[in-house]
Design a protein around this ligand. Sequence first.
Ligand SMILES: NC(=O)c1ccc[n+]([C@@H]2O[C@H](COP(=O)([O-])OP(=O)(O)OC[C@H]3O[C@@H](n4cnc5c(N)ncnc54)[C@H](O)[C@@H]3O)[C@@H](O)[C@H]2O)c1
Length: 328
Amino acid sequence: MIKIGIIGAGRIAQVHARSVSAHPDATLVVISDPIEQAAASLAARYGARFTVSADDVLSDPEVDAVIICSPTPFHPEQILAAVKAGKPVLCEKPVAMDIETVDQLEKDLEGLNPVVMIGFNRRFDPSFQKIHELAANGTVGKVEQVTIISRDPAAPPVEYIASSGGIFKDMTIHDFDTARYFLGDVVSVVAIGQNLDPALKDSGDFDGAIVTLANAEGATATITNSRHCASGYDQRLEVFGDRATVNADNVRPTTVRVSTSDLTDAQDPYLDFFLARYEQAYTNELSEFLSAIAEGREPSPTIEDGRKALIIAEAAEKSARTGTIITL
Ligand SMILES: NC(=O)c1ccc[n+]([C@@H]2O[C@H](COP(=O)([O-])OP(=O)(O)OC[C@H]3O[C@@H](n4cnc5c(N)ncnc54)[C@H](O)[C@@H]3O)[C@@H](O)[C@H]2O)c1
């Protein structure tokens, strides 16, 4: 049984607290958040202790490993502090706000035998994993084009966007990692940003984007993002190869279809946002983290995966702002 401390008690912490509590190999011990009420109410839900200090979690002798769910700017210092305290870390994406900080973190971690996993949960989605298996076992043939559609049901608060690093580092970063999962390293990036949502007009950020990436062999990934979507959380993936095309469609709570005189083939709405849609993926991600700890090996995705996704995010931002193709 691995005893877990969670740092941060916001939206994603609620997902991890639930996964840890339900996992047969983990126990939730303590949760920290500078907002005491946030830490206290999440801890109470799962019978854990709470504190306002992340340092309390890191120095807690009962804690075997930590999950970092704080806002992105705190990730690097908390990863380093956890590693120095001898605790394996699962840290939410992105690793940091910029590449220079990740480079410094990697230097600071040298020689400390870090056990650090980055929370690219979509690699653990059963449908995306099945497509990956079909690509790896030759069913798809040579992968030529990857198409990713990822639209959120509604934009987060403007205050969240202000400290998120922008759409490419905050949202598209998942899709950059998915693209790398299928294409490997990327050599060129071209992006168009959109600013169409009146609520985010003055945020200084894009609220939609189209990004195309290419690897050295010329295989491409095209990503379509929006911060809002009237039909709900829209998460689709297609991989096109010279032997097959494979798709993962949106997930609904049931497969029931209703046809009436007004409407045919009407179905339930898509599963609501990341907590529900990727519930199994978060559990599988946690299982990988716990197995790596138990087996004394490095978990995956790594900080290096986080760094490479962030490099693509910075290139996409530059491309969208300058109207140019960025070569990496
Ligand atoms: N993998 C995913 O699907 C996913 C989904 C959402 C968010 N995230 C990532 O998770 C992180 C948190 O996002 P969120 O949506 O939960 O944000 P949030 O704003 O809902 O929650 C963040 C919490 O951290 C607390 N906090 C602030 N400073 C802290 C500190 N120094 N130490 C500990 N806690 C601190 C805040 O009080 C807040 O309760 C971000 O890096 C985000 O990119 C990942």
